[in-house]
Design a protein around this ligand. Structure first.
Ligand SMILES: [Zn+2]
Length: 79
């Protein structure tokens, strides 16, 4: 690890988007995003990408596939 705050921010970004950071990490990421154009842009990109993937995945998914996925997930969990 280089100690680069942007690397650290990238590391936190997925959890930031998932809203699963601790308070301390959240403040760290939010503070960095507020002051770093590069990471703020990356954050907005990731955020819109997620929204796009989520909506298009649901729209394009044929009926029954969702149930199939749940089934597979269930099998996976039982291993
Ligand atoms: Zn940064």
């Amino acid at each position: 690890m280089s100690g680069d705050p942007c690397d650290r921010c990238e590391e936190l970004l997925q959890d930031f988007l998932d809203r699963t950071l601790t308070d301390v990490e959240w403040q760290e990421a939010e503070g960095h995003l507020a002051g770093c154009d590069f990471c703020a842009r990356r954050y907005r990109f990731e955020e819109s990408l997620r929204r796009y993937v989520r909506t298009s995945a649901v729209e394009r998914m044929p009926p029954g596939l969702m149930a199939k996925l749940d089934e597979l997930r269930g099998l996976d969990a039982s291993v």
